[in-house]
Design a protein around this ligand. Structure first.
Ligand code: PXP
Length: 252
């Protein structure tokens, strides 16, 4: 039996962060995306933030022209929906966004925000854009995602990865148990299960063993690692780590 394949979406936001630190045109996130695809990535992910702190509208337009799926991360606002409908990416991931945060802290409020989110998901579904909701690994959030009619959820792995980084073993185990339970619930609820945020080689290998995971979206660590070993090697090592996780789960 052939091994299950987990797709890797490479998030190129932080190539744009580096570019914007100086202004100008380099390093170019689209060149990074091309390299990522050549190294074996299955798609490109980019987050067009309201404040355009890294990816800008022109980057999205150029990323869309690449011959690979583009996962457009965005807040559920009218302006972003308008841009997404014009860009027509393969996929949209709806994320919460706060101006003052350094990165996407926590998942969407899918329970309190249900009424707000439904029209966005409906519109994207109608246009044939695959919609995912970036959510906390909680069963209540997944049930809400079903009511919102999203076909896909992306489980926020940030709390787990943060606990791992700090060596907080008990907390990390508890967070991983939540992720495992949420991934299993996705299957019961008919949701495609993705995951991301804060993943590195080790955590990607571990989470890849969960049989429901169909896609991982990874950015910051890969771009940081590229400083030391190059982007191509960074992505190839990540693909190998994910494959090891899948193989390990099969007991090979
Ligand atoms: N998935 C989503 C929905 C995100 O918002 C982010 C961060 O932009 C990522 C994945 C990737 O996280 P990281 O850059 O920490 O790998």
């Amino acid at each position: 039996m052939s091994a299950r394949k987990i797709r890797l979406g490479v998030n190129v936001d932080h190539v744009a962060t580096l570019r914007n630190a100086r202004g100008g045109f380099v390093p170019d996130p689209v060149r990074a995306a091309e390299m990522a695809l050549a190294a074996g990535a299955d798609g490109i992910t980019a987050h067009l933030r309201e404040d355009r702190r890294h990816i800008v509208d022109e980057d999205m337009r150029r990323l869309r022209e690449l011959p690979a799926p583009l996962n457009f991360e965005m807040a559920a606002t009218e302006q972003m929906l308008d841009i997404a409908l014009r860009t027509k990416p393969h996929a949209c991931c709806l994320v919460p966004e706060k101006r003052t945060e350094r990165t996407t802290e926590g998942g969407l409020d899918v329970i309190g925000g249900k009424k707000h989110l439904i029209p966005f998901v409906d519109e994207l579904n109608r246009e044939g854009v695959r919609v995912s909701l970036f959510v906390e690994p909680s069963i209540a959030a997944l049930e809400a995602a079903v009511e919102i009619r999203a076909p896909v959820v992306e489980l926020h792995t940030g709390a787990w990865c943060h606990a791992l980084m700090l060596g907080e073993t008990d907390k990390a185990q508890a967070e991983f148990d939540r992720l495992r339970a949420a991934a299993a619930a996705c299957e019961r609820l008919g949701l495609e299960c993705h995951a991301g945020h804060g993943l590195d080689f080790d955590s990607a290998r571990t989470i890849a063993a969960l049989p429901q995971i169909a896609e991982l979206n990874i950015g910051h660590f890969l771009i940081g690692e590229a400083v030391f070993i190059g982007l191509d090697a960074s992505i190839r090592r990540m693909i190998a780590a994910i494959a090891q996780g899948v193989e390990g789960a099969r007991g090979v």
